[in-house]
Design a protein. Structure first.
Length: 176
């Protein structure tokens, strides 16, 4: 199985349509450089890797990694073209972070279109609804037939993840 850093590297390389060998090489090509900096930033912010560990993974010294980690947020803030080009990549990286976190917990993140149970601490019974979208940046899930409610403080899980007896029990409660 790939380690976490390799998954993020693959995500960025697939997004920019460059091979990991080119991105992690000494190339000064703008696309390769930007991809390399994004990898370093994502490994630091999403994977919570140390500067030294990122340097080892990307064949750079920790000072280069630190420079990239500091530059990328500025590029997003001040460069409209850069922001437009790479904002979807950061959303994908956050989605990957959620998937990795779910794998660690032994489950998976529900996908759009799946039937899910939604619940929070105030409700006695969970609500069954079809998941429309998940916005990991805003930590909000949107479901159909629930108005424009967002579920920032709600927990949700795909119906398929739940053990069969638990699904049956919840369905009986909802029917009763």
């Amino acid at each position: 199985m790939e380690n976490i850093a390799d998954r993020y590297i693959k995500l960025v390389c697939d997004y920019v349509n460059l091979s990991p060998e080119i991105v992690l090489s000494e190339s000064r090509n703008e696309d390769a450089r930007e991809a390399r900096q994004l990898i370093m930033y994502i490994l630091r912010s999403n994977a919570k890797m140390t500067l030294a560990a990122i340097g080892i993974k990307t064949n750079r010294v920790h000072a280069t990694v630190l420079s990239a980690v500091r530059k990328v947020p500025d590029y997003f803030q001040y460069n409209k073209d850069y922001r437009g080009k790479y904002s979807p990549l950061l959303s994908r990286a956050q989605r990957l972070e959620a998937e990795i976190d779910a794998e660690r917990k032994g489950c998976r993140v529900p996908q759009a279109g799946e039937l899910c149970w939604f619940w929070n601490d105030q409700d006695d019974l969970p609500v069954l609804s079809r998941l429309l979208t998940i916005d990991k940046v805003l930590k909000v899930a949107y479901a159909e037939n629930m108005g424009s409610r967002s579920f920032a403080n709600w927990q949700y899980v795909s119906i398929e993840i739940l053990p069969k007896q638990f699904r049956t029990s919840l369905l009986r409660q909802l029917i009763a």
